[in-house]
Design a protein around this ligand. Structure first.
Ligand code: LLP
Length: 445
């Protein structure tokens, strides 16, 4: 599968162009490292999801994949709901005037302050993860004389075929009420007994970057059987089933993930079959995709710097970013692809390893990739960078987070300014009683 997705193409000058703007031009204007997002493709992905679920339910974009005010605004313009997992993501959505009734608030350890913000801002649904949260939310709702709509996060005991760190539905998981040991049913009974909470349905999420759809079918079936058990034990018919996110995207040219419509069809079929078997009314479905909406639309752009050749062993080419703007290779062993944006048609001549500039041997963005000969100043572009990169970026080594630029129809818009050293230093405090020590200073020299 070509990783030149959306509007990305190689122009007549042999340069990578996204949204009708050449990447070398973008780097000249905005510097590097830089995240470039293909706005047209993000909107297209939103619409693909919307069309796939029409008649079945709704799509709540999982903001954790890429959360900025512009992205929240875009999701609103496209009619999506929003899944947030912290007060920070919620505040971002509210700052972008995202309608709070279309927000779902996930998370396994929401604080009192976060729950209060959720209730005060009239978030549509809180997805309650544990008993402590049930208790806190009931108290806040009672104090505010409000009824809060909730879903319960259920751990269905299903292992998705993906990296262990991004599996979430298996029995041994920190997330949600466990189905297997009766905890989930106890949670439903507790939730139903609360005067200020209205239980609308259940949620589960089996993992992320998933290619095989069988885990979704299994999760859907397990959840519907549980809906039937709840009816049997309590007489209550829940009518919303949230199956989380997790659809994988291509990172390498040979990756062939499932299509959105196939995932939705798999879930819909499993839900319908299961409902029929249990004589249960089909609930409204909720999907929470993150990566599949923004991932393929993003590019991480770097400038090539130093080169180190170890004859017979390896050639390292370093770029001006690294694990600070993309921790995924170091964290999950994620593999990436790249092309040289200023000479995108040049043939591959050598195999190199792309290293970041952080002080860690593990700061390798790509191990062994065949590329044209790289010179200092060349521009390296890594596709599939729209999800979990900006949102997971750090200031390790006091590097500043890159700017984020949206491109569309030949225009570029900065949606996140490049962080500056002043931004980082702003929060530092030297205790006021600590004097500058001239003596120590001279010793250090
Ligand atoms: N809903 C829930 C409850 C989730 O926990 C997640 C992701 C999503 C939806 C969205 O899943 P997506 O469609 O984006 O796969 N940092 C990791 C991924 C962590 C995913 C966490 N939860 C990575 O970079 O691969």
């Amino acid at each position: 599968m070509s990783l030149l997705q959306g509007t990305a193409q190689i122009n007549k000058r042999g340069q990578l162009e996204i949204g009708g703007v050449s990447v070398p031009e973008l780097t000249a204007r905005y510097g590097t490292p830089l995240y470039v997002m293909d706005e047209t493709l993000i909107r297209e992905n939103c619409r693909t999801w919307q069309q796939a679920v029409v008649n079945h339910g709704i799509v709540a974009y999982a903001a954790k994949a890429f959360c900025t005010q512009a992205m929240c605004r875009l999701a609103d313009q496209e009619g999506l709901s929003l899944d947030v997992v912290s007060g920070g993501e919620l505040a971002t959505a509210l700052a972008a005037s995202f309608p709070s009734e279309r927000i779902f608030f996930n998370g396994n350890n929401k604080s009192l302050e976060e729950l209060e913000l959720a209730v005060q801002s009239k978030v549509g649904h809180v997805i309650v993860d544990n008993f402590l949260e049930l208790e806190m939310l009931e108290q806040i709702a009672a104090r505010s004389r409000k009824t809060v709509d909730i879903l319960l996060r259920i751990c269905p005991g299903i292992e998705a075929h993906t990296h262990e760190y991004v599996q979430t539905g298996q029995l041994d998981s920190k997330f949600g009420f466990t189905l297997e040991n009766g905890q989930a049913l106890a949670a439903v009974e507790t939730a139903l007994a609360q005067r200020h909470l209205h239980l609308c349905g259940l949620q589960c999420h089996i993992g992320s970057q998933i290619f095989a759809l069988d885990g979704y079918a299994a999760a859907a079936q397990t959840m519907i059987s549980f809906f039937a058990t709840i009816r049997e034990k309590t007489g209550v018919i829940l009518d919303a089933l949230d199956l989380g996110g997790g659809l994988g995207i291509p990172y390498l040219p040979d990756d062939t993930p499932a299509q959105v419509k196939d995932l939705v069809q798999t879930v819909v079929d499993a839900v319908h079959n299961s409902c029929q078997a249990n004589n249960f009314p089909v609930p409204k479905l909720i999907f929470e995709p993150g990566r599949s909406i923004v991932g393929p639309a993003g590019w991480a752009i770097y400038r090539v710097g130093a080169r180190k050749e170890i004859p017979g062993i390896r050639t390292y080419v370093s770029v001006d970013g690294g694990m600070s703007d993309n921790p995924r290779p170091a964290l999950y062993g994620s593999r990436y692809y790249a092309l040289v944006a200023n000479k995108a048609n040049a043939p591959a001549e050598e195999t190199v390893t792309i290293a970041g500039k952080c002080c860690e041997s593990g700061d390798i963005l790509i191990k062994d990739i065949a590329l044209p000969h790289l010179e200092p100043g060349d521009i390296l572009a890594m596709p599939s960078a729209g999800a979990y990169q900006y949102s997971m970026a750090s200031n390790y080594n006091r590097l500043c987070r890159p700017a984020v630029v949206f491109v569309r129809d030949g225009q570029a818009y900065v949606v996140v300014k490049r962080e500056t050293i002043a931004d980082i230093l702003r929060n530092d405090i030297i205790p006021s009683t600590w004097e500058k020590s001239k003596e120590k200073l001279s010793v250090a020299r």
